[in-house]
Structures are given as C-alpha cells and as structure tokens.
Design a protein around this ligand. Structure first.
Ligand code: FAD
Length: 514
C-alpha cells in the first residue's frame, strides 16, 4: 500500500476520474496496472480565495485493498463480574462496550427513556413547550449526544484512543467519512440508529440496560458505596460504580454532597447562542462563493480575550437548529444540532465567557458556579414568559443596547420573546460579550448585524462541578469503588472525549485487578 498526498480544487476532489488520473500520474501507474485507492484524510483550506482540498489517499497497485480496520469482536459476558454504570450517554455506553471487550458484565442504569420514546418527548417540547424533566435533550438513551450535531472533532488526543472510538462508531453504523474528514460529524438524524445498535450489542452479549431507572441515593459504608437506590426504592448491591451522569444531573451533585462525597466548584463558560443565515457564513468563509455544491456548509471558530477572560465560540452548528435543552420546566437553556447534510438555512453557535469560581467571592462553596448557571437559566425562563420560549435580541441591537422590535427569523421551535440581555446577565458577562462581538466583527466583517439573533442562555457548556478522582487509580479519593467519569465529573467535553473517558475508567478498574 502507498500513501499519496496532494492538494486539488473542491470540484476535482469530487471527480472520481480526475482523482484516478491524478493518482496514476503522481505514482507513475500505467493504464494496464490495476489501481485501487481510497481517501485517507481530507480537509478544506479556505484561508485564501483559491480554496483547496488537502487530500491524502491510500493506494494499492495490482493488489487487493485491505480493510480499514479489524472489527471489534464482543464476547458473551452474561455470568462475568458486574460493573454498574450510571448514565447511558457516550461515556456510559462506551464504558459498557469496553467492559465487554475486557470480559466484564456492564449493568447500566439510565434515568431517561430509550431513543424512540425520548423522541416523542422532544416533539412535545418543540410543539407545546412541555418539558419532561427525565426525558429531554440531555436525559435519555445516548445522553446529550443523541440529538446533537454529532461533531466528533476533539483536541483531547492525549486522553486516549480517539481512533478506537471512531472505529466503533463506524462498526455501529457511522459512515467511513468520519475516519477521513478533518472535522467529522454524524448528524441528529443518524445518531439514534447508531445508539440503538450499540444497545443491541450490549444486550446480545449479556449486558443490561435499564431505562427509566434513576439513581436516587447511595448507601455508603466506611470508604465504599455498598448499594445504589434506584427510583427511590429499589436497592442494588454494587462492587464497582462508574458515575457518568453528565453535566446536567444537578441532583447527583447534591446527592454526593449530602453523602459527604467531596465535590468542588469548577470553571465553566456561559453566554448566548447566535444565529446567522448559513448563506451569510458561507459567503464570508468562502470568499463570496455561495450555494457551492462542492463545498460543505462553512463553520467558524472564534476566540478572544476581554479583560483577562476568554470569550469564544462553542459547539458551532452549520446548517443547524437551536434546541431547547433545559432539564427543568422552570429554566431555559439553548444548544444546537444539525442533520447529517447540514442543510438548514441557519447557522448557530454558542458565544460564551469563561467563568471561574473566584468570580463570585466564595470559591470554597462547591455549588457557587452551578447556582450562578441556574440563576441565569431561571432568569431567562422568567424573562421570556415562563414557558420554553427563549429570550432573544438582534445582535446589533444587543451591541448598541437597544430592545429589538423586529426579528428576521429563528430556528428555535418553541419560539422567541424580545428581551434585552441586560435584564438577564450581569455586567461582567454583558461587557465581555459586547467587546467580543466587536472583535469577532473585525475577524468576520459583518458578523454584527440585525440579521443575526442571539438567544439566551448558552449555559451547559461543561460541568460547573468537579468530582475529584485520584490521578493514578481514577477512583474518588475517599470512595474506593467510585469512578467519577466524563463530562459531568469534569474530565471530558464532547462526545468523543466522554466516550474515551468511559473506556478508560473500565481500563482503570481492570488494571487494579491485575
Ligand atoms: C443539543 C446538543 C448538541 C451537542 N452537540 C455536540 C456535538 O456536536 N459534538 C460533541 O462532541 N458534543 C456535543 N454535545 C455535548 C455532548 O453531547 C456531551 O459532551 C456528551 O454527551 C457528554 O457525554 P457524557 O456521557 O459524559 O454525559 P451525557 O451525555 O450528559 O449523559 C449522561 C447520562 O446520564 C443520565 N443520568 C443523569 N442522571 C442520572 C441518574 N441519577 N440516574 C441514571 N441516569 C442518569 C442522563 O439521562 C444521560 O443520559 C451536544 C450536547 C447537546 C445537548
């Protein structure tokens, strides 16, 4: 097998006969020789007017193409040692897969419903603003990752085996493009089937997944959790526990605190979600090229510093929709998703300000950041009329401190209410957001426009709480069989890093036993 790298235009990158001729030419392969090739890596370089695709191929000359990777074989583990996993998000599900690969039996408890029943609750939320606190965009099978954009880009390559996560996703139904693209994504329409395939594999091997099973209490004896209380009554004896309940399970943070299991305040970020038209973002990023069938919907990544604090774009969704992501009826929270084709006419992104426990004067209070986050979500709910409608302001009006009277459009289905952001956020957030938007407008001229609408708040960016774990064993320092895991515990941010953290928790449990 040969590896070949070159740059070409976006049109050429989609033209199979061009690619074959170019590969033959570059490697001196005669027309008589059999050529097989496939994409290895693909990225778009749109920094200059002449947009390029950086292409990398695997090439076979007069030989058979080898498979991209060997599929993982999952053994039967019905009678193996049990590991209890709380939460069936990316971390919990990948922990379960890894447990099976390592010969253990995973037993998952998930407070929400399976993906199909969960979808009904999301439809009701969009249509009637009725939020089910146990089944929503954050809670239910697949966790917060199920109805997301499914962006799989991660910077956390040092944390573990990104490739293994990607290969498993392909094994369970994602296209091989996610192994090729520099910024891969799956899309909300494709993620649920994938989650179902993972569930079916876990069950086929003898693992267990229990939906609508919420962890409600812990029985602690000396330095161990000896039993879990599920749904307020059922008692389950346990040995190892992986706690992968995500950043929205506030009741879990309070439960740990009540049971004298240490939790700490952690920095996070909070702000607004801004929506432009996708055509506008394409035009800016692709130097005026519009509706170009050879280019994917453009994205952006922005960052600046204002008064010593980072302000940055978060979870940008090209061709996406703004989603109602609260977990309580009396809160409003936004986030974004997009379908695999990213073919909605909108483009949205969180624009968030870094928040630190020291901002509030009581960093020793473990709930200081969480309480601030919750207060903003409640203020947003009240300001928008105590429904799941979201406070909104046109971007230029926000920068100029004017109330908006007319809105171009919004993808947020429960609807928007005109509210001045000054009624929701404290000055230290408002001033930084305004300055950051001015900086972003210099980098992307025209970014500040009344054709863009900000929706508030974007508040569930990462966990406002850290659940400590020993750097060697990954166990809680004071609870010898508790493994705080992934985003909710403060050790991951995003689907891939959460999945990696779940797998690594299993490896840590197995290491101790060796
Ligand atoms: C709309 C949206 C879009 C997103 N887009 C992207 C994206 O494109 N790319 C990306 O990388 N990330 C994205 N994210 C973030 C990503 O989904 C999370 O980083 C990831 O899901 C975290 O994984 P996790 O397993 O740690 O936690 P979660 O996914 O939050 O899963 C935790 C699970 O635990 C369950 N649980 C909570 N409490 C209990 C309890 N007491 N008992 C039993 N079960 C419990 C919850 O119901 C949930 O299913 C998005 C999130 C949202 C909401």
């Amino acid at each position: 097998m040969n590896e070949l790298n070159f740059s070409c235009t976006p049109e050429e990158a989609k033209d199979d006969s061009y690619l074959e001729n170019r590969i033959r030419q570059e490697l001196g392969i005669s027309p008589k020789q059999k050529l097989t090739y496939r994409w290895r890596k693909r990225s778009i370089d749109a920094r200059n007017r002449h947009i390029k695709v950086n292409a990398s191929f695997e090439v076979w000359i007069d030989e058979e193409e080898s498979p991209r990777f060997e599929s993982y074989q999952f053994p039967t583990i019905k009678d193996a040692e049990e590991i209890h996993i709380i939460g069936a998000g990316p971390a919990g599900l990948f922990a379960a897969l890894e447990a099976i690969l390592q010969g253990k039996k995973p037993i998952l408890f998930e407070r929400g419903k399976d993906v199909r029943n969960r979808r009904r609750d999301l439809a009701q939320l969009a249509k009637s603003s009725i939020l089910n606190p146990e089944s929503n965009y954050c809670f239910g099978e697949g966790g917060a990752g199920t109805y997301s954009d499914g962006k799989l880009y991660t910077r956390s390559k040092k944390r573990g085996d990104v490739q293994k996560v990607m290969q498993l996703l392909v094994q369970f139904g994602a296209t091989e493009d996610i192994l090729v693209d520099a910024h891969p994504h799956i899309g909300t329409n494709k993620l649920p089937q994938l989650i179902v395939a993972i569930r079916e594999q876990i069950i086929a091997c003898g693992g267990e997944i229990h939906f609508e099973h919420k962890l409600t209490d812990l029985e602690v004896s000396k330095d161990k959790i000896i039993a879990l209380e599920i749904n307020g009554s059922k008692k389950i004896d346990v040995n190892h526990i992986i706690l992968a309940t995500g950043h929205s399970a506030r009741d879990i943070f309070y439960l740990l605190h009540k049971r004298n299991i240490e939790v700490k305040a952690k920095p996070f970020a909070l702000g607004v979600r801004v929506e432009h038209t996708q055509a506008f973002i394409d035009k800016l990023q692709y130097h005026g090229r519009l509706n170009d069938e050879f280019l994917p919907p453009a994205s952006y990544s922005l960052v600046t510093q204002v008064d010593g604090k980072g302000v940055y774009s978060f979870c940008m969704c090209p061709g996406g929709i703004i989603a109602p992501c609260a977990t309580d009826q009396q809160e409003v929270v936004t986030n974004g998703w997009s379908p695999s084709k990213r073919n909605n006419p909108y483009s949205n992104s969180g624009i968030v300000v870094s928040i630190d426990p020291t901002d509030f004067g009581h960093p020793e209070n473990p709930f200081v950041c969480l309480e601030f986050q919750q207060s903003i979500e409640r203020a947003s709910w009240e300001a928008a009329g105590k429904t799941q409608k979201v406070p909104a302001q046109c971007l230029k009006d926000f920068v100029q401190q004017k109330k908006s009277t007319e809105f171009p459009r919004s993808s947020y289905q429960p609807g928007i209410t005109s509210v001045e952001m000054d009624d929701i956020f404290p000055p230290f957030i408002l001033n930084r957001l305004r300055q950051a938007f001015n900086d972003f407008d210099k980098k992307m001229p025209g970014f500040i426009t009344n054709d863009a609408v900000i929706h508030a708040p974007e508040s569930r960016t990462s966990s406002p709480i850290l659940i400590p774990r020993d750097p060697e064993t990954w166990r809680h320092p004071h609870v010898s069989n508790l493994y705080p895991c992934a985003e909710g515990a403060g050790y991951a941010g995003g689907i891939v890093s959460a999945a990696i953290d779940g797998m690594n928790c299993i490896s840590k449990i197995c290491e101790v036993q060796k």
